[in-house]
Structure formats: C-alpha cells, structure tokens
Design a protein around this ligand. Sequence first.
Ligand code: CTP
Length: 479
Amino acid sequence: MASLTIRKLDDAVKTYLRLRSARNRRSVEEEVRVILRELIEGREEPLTPFSAPPAPSTAPTPQRTGALPEASVTLIIGGGIAAYKSLDLIRRLKERRVEVRCVLTKAAQQFVTPLAVSALSHERVYTDLFDPQSEFDAGHIRLARDCDLIVVAPATADLMAKMANGHADDLASAILLATNRKILLAPAMNPLMWNNAATRRNLAQLQRDGVVLIGPNSGEMAEAGEAGVGRMSEAIEIANAAERLLRPPVPRPLAGKRVLITAGPTHEPIDPVRYIANRSSGKQGFAIAAAAQAAGAEVILVSGPVDLDDPAGVTVKHVESARQMLEQVQTALPADIAIFAAAVADWRVANEGEQKLKKTEVGMPPLQLVENPDILATISKLTDKRPPLVIGFAAETEHLIDNAKTKLARKGCDWIVANDVSPATGVMGGDRNTVHLISRNGGEIAVDSWPVMTKEQVAIELVARIARSVTDKSLEPAS
Ligand code: CTP
C-alpha cells in the first residue's frame, strides 16, 4: 500500500490541513485519517477552513464531560528497566478508551522498541526532537498540548532532574517544558538514587510545580540483592491514577450531608399469609436515594417491600410495616435532610390473626382497623432530632394543590412534593411523574409546578433544589 508524506503535499493542502487540524485539536496525521474516514462514509466537511482559525488559546482546554471515551494521553517512556511495564500501561489506558501517543527517550529504546510500543498504541511512536516529519508540524508542541494528560513512566532520576531544571534538549524534556497539561510522574529508580539529596530537591521542586506523583513502591530492585523504595508503580495503579486525573470532577453538593429517605409501600399483616398493601413501586424514593448518593450525600433508605435493586452506595433498611418503618427512621436519626416518599398504609389490622384466618359459617371475619403512626408528622414535630429540612410527599387524587398545602401545615414539614396519583395518570407504579413542589418560605407558601418528567429526572431536580437550599438561606425552613 502507498504511503503518504504530508511534507510533500501542495502548500495549499498543507495549510488547509494545518488549519483544520489546529481547529479540531488533532495532529495533522490524525486529521488526514479523519478526512479519509469521512470521505469513505460520505460525510466530509466542506473545504472552507481557510477562513481565520480560532486564535490559539492559552487557557486550559475545557475538561471533556464523561471524559474517558475521548481522553488522550501523551506517554513519555523513560530509560529504565521498568519501561517494560509501560507496555502494559498502554494496554491498560486503551482499555479505558484513552488514546495513547508514546514518546521514547533514547535510553528507553534500550529497554523497549518503538515497534512494540507502536503495535500496542496503534499510533506512530515519537523519538526525536529533530524529526523533520513531525517537526514540520511543530510536533513537540502538539505532543505537549494535543492531549489531556502527560504521563511519564518510568520517570527516571535524570528525567526528573531535567524537568525540575527546565531542560529541553531532547523530545521528552521539550514536551514536558512546552506543556500546559497536567503531568503524572511514575518514578522508577534505585533506592539510593531515590533518596539522594539531589533527587529529593528535584522532587520537591516538581511537586511545587504541580506535578502529580504515583509511587514509587517499595520492593525488590532489578539489581540483585537490592530492595527499598524506588520500584515503579504497577501499570494498573498508574492507569487508575491517570483515570482520576482525566475524569472531570463530579460536583458533590451534598457531600458531608446525611439524607434519610423512606420509599415504597408498607404491608400491614392480616394474618401470617395475608396483608393490606398499596400500588406504590418505590421507584420515586429509590431514584431520590440514587440522586442524593450521586450528589455526595450519605444516604439511608428505609424501604417497604419493593421489587427494585438496592441503589449502589446507599444503606438500605428493608421493612414490611409502618411501625417497622418508623422504628428504622428513628434509629437512623440524626439526619440533615429527611425525605418521606413512602406510601405508608394509614391503617393496620388491630386483631392480626396469629394463624391463617379460616372461612367459617358465620361469614367474614371482622377486620378491625387502627391508625398507623404518621412517620412524617412524628419526625417533623420532633424537638431535639428534627432534621433541618423535612420533605413529604402528597399523593392525591383530587384538589391536588389545596390538599397538599393542608398536608404541609398539618404534618409540619418544610416542603411537600405533590403528585396526582389518580389511576389515569399512571404515576403509581409507572416511570413518569408530574409534581408540584410546595414550600414554606417564611410565612409564604410557594408552589412550583414542574413539567412531566421521569422519576429519575424528578429525583435529580429535587436533589438540585435541596443542594441549593443547603447554601441559599432564603429556602431554609421557617423557624
Ligand atoms: N406518611 C407517613 N406516615 C404515614 C402516612 C403518610 O410518613 N402513616 C407520609 C408519606 O410518606 C408522605 C406524606 O406523609 O410523605 C403524605 O402521605 P399521603 O399518603 O399523601 O397522605 P396521608 O397522610 O396518608 O393522608 P391522606 O391519606 O388523608 O391523603
């Protein structure tokens, strides 16, 4: 198959490629590959990028969201026996869908070959600062900046010294000096070199410069009989550290908050085999628990019998009856926020049969009902352990807003999420919900009607409101 030398293309084509690749933040070779792929797939871009490209920004590239599928790493492999682990590191990064472009120092090529590195990375390997083919395109600058992270593994004592002192006499050190990306160093050297005063000074300087370190670990050295701190971290450890740096920080507005949630129906026994229940699926409460957990809260979910998996990272207490639910809620206090999404049975059978009730000639057994404790009202009215924000739900089939406002006052909570549970809405057991958030703001009652959403969306929005209320005094419950 013919090979293509970009250097030999027409000037106009080269300019086009340069501008287009700069705009798309790709290397020229990658841009050519993209153009060819698009041509084959019949969706090439019009040839118009000769207009001025966006001015190169010195600001850091915005972090990519959901990051790893699109992330790219420039991996600098230094000259040490640990370089063999870098081959595994390439695989580990690629498993995480990270594009890896590798740079080998001269010394590294004594330990691993460019061919092996290229075969694993599926990319050309860079070795020379004065390579006309890549430097035509300011290659070291691209390698330094066309990536989300630079990983140096193994980072030898020599490479660290060069970095700390700003040398740029080979490709690796020039990239490290020219980059504005985060740098992750995986040092590997003999323990005496690691403990040498010069290395300690260089390390301290690099840490002041914001370089991130992984390892070194302690263990046996390649040199017979030597052991100590200086072994390069394992490939998986380095890949995990890279992944942490590549992933955009997840906002965790409820970090440090303890959130207590009730969900699902309760089952009130009639006898050992029968019970009174309702149609609640628990989906809304479970979705709120998952959203609060994702927002960084410590979540305790007290759930009646449901057919749902426990949300990851949430402490779930499974109960059957309203009285058990109340007991678990009281045990879980104190909490910063309590959300009562459970459809608690209002009544239970007073004369619960110890044995299965039998049909008799005298007719149906009389079922005496007594009222269950109101969990929401009980917790709202606590004087000592009342959570600062108490949120109830109002399941109504008529006069939704009026009934919900009355409930807010009667139960003493701060917010009520009102939803219409008439059979026609399909809310009970369904996946969607139309809710109205009714809140007390000082003496005022505010009603905020949300559009129809999935229960997950309702949960995310509710958690976002809660997060805002944590910082916004105006949303704090009236005292
Ligand atoms: N609730 C509770 N304990 C109960 C009954 C209800 O904690 N024994 C809570 C629910 O979890 C919900 C709120 O109170 O947050 C309102 O529940 P809902 O069923 O709408 O109202 P009820 O109090 O049962 O009143 P009604 O049946 O008259 O509408």
